[in-house]
Design a protein around this ligand. Structure first.
Ligand code: 3HC
Ligand code: NAI
Length: 708
């Protein structure tokens, strides 16, 4: 009993309530409060049984993740939850855990130490620790297979996905679903079981016995494939396997050993960084929480191409009726057919019902005119990437849109302020930069022009939430955050090929680093014409005499556009499987020779360092310029928009892990070899490396908040 955990009575039933908002994490004080409450209730002769419940929106969402950093840095010793759980389990009176919201991680471990579990219909249970690079650390890997069986426990501990309450009951994790008032139902259940034996999950072994030993190998194989590069899923499998081979106490000791290995790994540091980075991203220092947001009831999209179609689906998915406009019937039909095909595929995979698809399709109105645009609360533009066209479209829609309607552009590189300048409402103009495929990728870059109003920005963040996207605010700089950094990354990938690495070397080194695909494979997937077009738009800005990549543009001009034409950097068969293209290799050699580039052997280490540090250095430039608010925002962009390996935490976190002094030293080497114009270290990187700082510790947001 303390301010975080209260003990009360409902007749002969003791009720222990955890009150640690927002998610009842097991922060210091909570385990102590549970321990003393259980002890008091056990000692009270008037109490026949005990209910443990979470106050507010949830049961216990797990250990307090903020504490892990303090343990790893040596600031605090690691306190184990296990002794408390054994005390709960040894309580002579039945303990009923009443679950609503989420019982995650240490929360589910607490729940499994109770003698019975009741659950609300919308609740979820899970062991999501692997998503933080760790494994359950308080007997989760030992109790879960005893309650739910080895297969279910492996699935939950190795992959971290939550289980809904009906499934939790079916699996044996919960004993009963309680419709209606959970506390009242839990108290009634506790009266039912009062005086009955107190079954201990640690003593059960009937579900351990029938396990097929082959399941561990197949789950490891699956984890290596779907969680490539990650160590925690494999550790979780080892721990569950230990439950089948060792007595409970020894299994717990093995789990603790594996937990510690994971906790002190750079992977868990990176994944915990990513967890908090994603939650920090929507906090904009000069946008107060109470900033008004415009209600978005109707939307309109211009362009039903690759991006416009996906954006239209995002609105329809969020329950917002949407008009989509094209210039020709043919383009409109093509766009609508793609939308229909995408939904139908989801239905086919069993991830959406036909009725839900029909409902979404019914929200979409395809047309060739601006009819109804004057009713829209937001108009999203996704026409070709061309400034003159975008300005023409914005001038047109500004005349039609109602006052207060937001005008959003999906431009990849163009200046939002210039686009907004042709309208009478620059404060309502903003960039909404989605990532392809727009209906799938979680990232939305929200580009704040110099005139973009605070309400427009706050409304955009709210819209991102409604669309279940992660919205990252970026300043108005060419390519914003993600694409601006991508330019030097792709440049280096091409230079490395010109200098002697093969296409397969470059793609392979970055794939092995953990990227979903290599940079040249990414170019082939997007289409080499896309980059070619962007480079034409900005050719006038190239500094004369500075080396430019040559080959991608030549491939594009030869009509070798990548996957869609079957040839690009690589050759593709009808299943889009790549193989080396000897003609491309010969073209590279010839162009390098003509340009006087010395060919040499290039190590994998150089490939990774040049590509990734090009990302980092550009990230540091835009951070210093204020294009990104925090280094962690850049990481969120790369983790969610470019499939950077989550277990490396994003490029800026990766640089912090490598040590900024080391990163700077390597960039200085590249400068010495390739020149100032290509490899000028970012001033912020120099400053932090010299002062022993990190990107994570550099926080501009406080300064902005103070000035706001
Ligand atoms: N520890 C500390 N803070 C936590 C937390 C935790 N376990 N879980 C959530 N928070 C914080 C968030 O950082 C956020 O803080 P902010 O408002 O200052 O940004 C706030 O709580 C609300 O979180 P969300 O914005 O994520 O709220 P949602 O309602 O969208 O989601 C949730 C709630 C599903 C519980 C989600 O927060 C979540 O998945 N949390 C992590 C759960 C988890 O991983 N648990 C396992 C921890 S490790 C463990 O238990 C080890 C054990 O085996 C010993
Ligand atoms: P796309 O070529 O697939 O589609 C553009 C569509 O706009 C075409 O169907 C065209 O008919 C239509 N259009 C042109 N003018 C129009 C007008 N006045 N009214 C209505 N429709 C009009 O192009 P894509 O790839 O969808 O790109 C659109 C925008 O999104 C560009 O600004 C691009 O830079 C950006 N973008 C593209 C990404 C990609 O991966 N393709 C990723 C993120 C942004």
């Amino acid at each position: 009993m303390n301010e975080l955990v209260t003990l009360s009575r409902d007749g002969d039933i003791a009720v222990i309530t955890i009150q640690n908002p927002p998610v009842n994490a097991l922060s210091p004080g909570v385990p102590e409060g549970i321990r003393s409450s259980v002890a008091s209730a056990a000692a009270d002769p008037a109490v026949k049984a005990i209910v443990v419940i979470g106050g507010g929106r949830t049961f216990i969402a797990g250990a307090d993740i903020r504490e892990f950093g303090k343990v790893v840095s040596g600031e605090k010793p690691r306190g184990s939850l296990l002794p408390l759980l054994l005390e709960i389990e040894d309580c002579p009176k039945p303990v009923v855990m009443a679950i609503h919201g989420t019982a995650f991680g240490g929360g589910l471990e607490v729940a499994m130490a109770g003698h019975y579990r009741v659950i609300a219909p919308g609740a979820q249970v899970g062991q999501p620790e692997v998503k933080l690079g760790i494994i359950p650390g308080a007997a989760g890997t030992q109790r879960l297979p005893r309650l739910a069986g080895v297969a279910k426990a492996l699935e939950m501990c190795a992959f971290g996905e939550p289980v809904s309450s009906p499934d939790a009951v079916t699996a044996g994790i919960a004993d009963r679903m309680i419709e209606g008032d959970l506390l009242a139902g839990a108290v009634a259940f506790a009266r039912e079981v009062a005086g009955r034996p107190t079954p201990k999950s640690r003593e059960r072994d009937e579900k351990l016995r029938g396990a097929d030993p082959a399941i561990f190998g197949s789950t490891r194989q699956q984890a290596r494939k779907t969680r490539r590069g990650q160590t925690a899923p494999l550790a979780a499998i080892d721990a569950v396997e230990a439950a089948t081979k060792l007595p409970f106490a020894e299994g717990c000791a093995r789990e603790a050993e594996l937990f510690n290995q994971c906790l002190y790994s750079t992977q868990s540091r990176a994944l915990i960084h990513a967890f908090f980075a994603e939650r920090a991203v929507s906090k904009i220092p000069d946008i107060a929480k109470e900033t008004a947001v415009f209600e978005i009831r109707r939307a309109a999209v211009i362009g039903a191409g690759t991006m416009g179609g996906g954006i239209t689906m995002n609105y329809a998915n969020a329950g917002i009726p949407v008009i989509v406009k094209e210039t020709t019937q043919e383009a409109l039909d093509r766009g609508m057919a793609t939308i229909r095909k995408n939904y139908a595929n989801t239905v086919k995979k069993g991830k959406m019902s036909q009725a839900a698809m029909d409902e979404r399709m019914a929200r979409i109105t395809p047309q060739l005119t601006y009819d109804g645009f004057n009713q829209a609360d937001i108009i999203a533009e996704a026409v070709f990437e061309n400034m003159a066209l975008k300005k023409q479209v914005f001038a047109e829609i500004d005349k039609i849109a109602k006052p207060g309607c937001i005008l959003a552009s999906n431009t990849s590189y163009l200046d939002i302020d210039e686009i907004g300048s042709v309208t009478s409402r620059p404060s309502l103009v903003i960039g909404h930069h989605y990532f392809s495929p727009a209906n799938v990728m979680r990232l939305l870059e929200i580009v704040r022009g110099k005139n973009t109003g605070k309400e427009t920005l706050a409304s955009s963040l709210e819209l991102a939430r409604r669309m279940k996207k992660v919205g990252v605010v970026a300043g108005n700089s060419r390519g914003f955050i993600g694409n601006r950094m991508l330019t030097p990354y792709l440049r280096e990938a091409q230079f490395l090929v010109e200098e002697g690495a093969s296409v397969e070397d470059v793609n392979g080194a970055l794939y092995d680093f953990g990227m979903a695909m290599g940079p040249l494979a990414m170019g082939d997937l997007a289409g080499l014409d896309v980059g070619w077009r962007a480079r034409q738009e900005f050719k006038h800005l190239e500094k004369p005499g500075v080396r430019q990549p040559m080959v991608a543009d030549r491939l594009a001009e030869l009509g070798r556009l990548g996957q869609k034409t079957g040839r690009g950097w690589s050759k593709y068969d009808e299943n889009r499987t790549p193989s080396p293209d000897h003609e491309t290799a010969a073209l590279v050699e010839q162009m390098a020779h003509e340009a006087g580039i010395e060919r040499r052997s290039v190590s994998r280490e150089e490939i990774v360092d040049r590509c990734i540090y090009a990302l980092v250095n550009e990230g540091a430039c835009l951070l210093g310029e204020g294009v990104a608010l925090r280094a962690s925002d850049i990481d969120v962009v790369y983790l969610n928009g470019y499939a950077f390996p989550s277990w490396r935490g994003g490029p800026m976190c990766y640089a912090d892990t490598a040590g900024l002094k080391n990163v700077l030293a390597r960039i200085e080497e590249f400068r010495a070899r390739h020149g100032e114009d290509l490899w000028s270290p970012a001033p912020l990187l120099v400053q932090l490396a010299e002062s022993g700082g990190t990107f994570a510790s550099w926080d501009r947001t406080r300064e902005i908040a103070a000035g706001a």
